[in-house]
Design a protein around this ligand. Sequence first.
Ligand code: NDP
Length: 447
Amino acid sequence: MDTQVNIESISEEIVEKNPGEPEFHQAVREVVNSLGPVLDKHPEFVKEKIIQRLCEPDRQILFRVPWQDDEGEVQVNRGFRVEFSNALGPYKGGLRFHPSVYLGTVKFLGFEQIFKNSLLDLGIGGGKGGADFDPKGKSDHEVMRFCQSFMTELYRHIGENTDVPAGDTGVGPREIGYMFGQYKRITNKYETGTFTGKEVAWGGSPVRFEATGYGCAYFVQEMLGTFDESFEGKTCVVSGSGNVALYAIEKIHEFGGKVVACSDSGGVIRDDNGLDLEKIKQIKEVERGRISEYTDSHEDASYEEGGNIWEIPCDVALPCATQNELQESDAGTLIENGCIAVAEGANMPCSPEAIQAFLEANVAFGPGKAANAGGVAISALEMQQNAGRQSWSFEYTDQQLRETMQKLHATCRDAAEEYGVPGNYVSGANIAGFIKVARALVAQGLT
Ligand code: NDP
């Protein structure tokens, strides 16, 4: 069968088999559409039905999570763990606690995770989980009771060589601590390697907090290097002002770039002198305030409520806030203003049309699968430290992260070149991530 026809019929079959899960369909299409040249070169992947096998998770676990709130009222949530592929190592991926979580969210993120983790080359498979629970506004005791109930079911499916959950939206060191405590109590095992994202004091890794933002900046520095450029002297904009955005800004400033704008869900601040990061950290991390407060102490800066950050001229743009925050028209504005590089710090922040526009205009574009892999890279390094009962220094861990992102960049670049799409990191990431898993699946027989 013609490769294109084959790819289209596979996509259609997957949509039909997984109704009502648009994010999962989008994630599958995005990967599968890059794979034509791979299937042409490797007919064995077609024969072994590797794409169809990867789109069907190894296992999907859905469970009831009953818990009692502070008023003594019984609450019932739904828990998920989708174990997608352990071809390259134990299932690995975060847990997301958010009211919007349903099976389609977990499958979209878990599917992406297979390739992100494969690209890292650190021996981890792909999975994801979570619950439709909202930790916002809950007391510590309520969160603890929820986490304990969640783990009372999940514990039987995880383990340091089986499935290693981590944090994600709504799941930080507090939640990981409560879940680890319950896991330890039920299993009577002190297996720190079963979770990542722990506090440094009991098995966590340094640089976890900074990892995704730093990693994104490292990736972009490598992309710029391919055309003899760097952050030095560049004007940048970074959307968001959360965990990813703040540490991307920190690293860009260290590299000699100047970030002139960032945002939150209320609006955009612009400071042409370069953002005062310490002030923003104070507002967002310490005072839990709004970035609009920045102009109180920085009179030259401006705040625009509901403003569009992509209208601010820049050389490099990093969307680090949320999904679908950068549309085709925004891509057009950035291109017109001379932007030379864009990388996704967030998951799926650019629409497919925006990505296409960047690729057609030869803007260096780093997809999230590669550019925001710093977080899971540090998770894998945390597993290494736990396995060796070691605690690395901040500097050493950061150096490991940088080298990992440099290697990951080279992997994507080389795959794009080898398969005839030089400079296309979207295809490069999908192809390199897929081939590694596909080879392992062929070698391991029909499972
Ligand atoms: P945070 O919750 O720490 O920060 C999100 C930031 O984005 C906040 O400043 C928030 O503003 C802002 N924001 C939300 N919606 C909008 C909007 N519509 N317009 C402008 N700003 C907005 O999240 P993270 O930084 O941890 O994560 C950001 C993204 O990166 C997510 O897509 C996440 O999945 C992805 N990611 C995160 C990783 C990590 O290690 N943290 C790893 C890989 C991916 P406000 O304060 O007003 O809500």
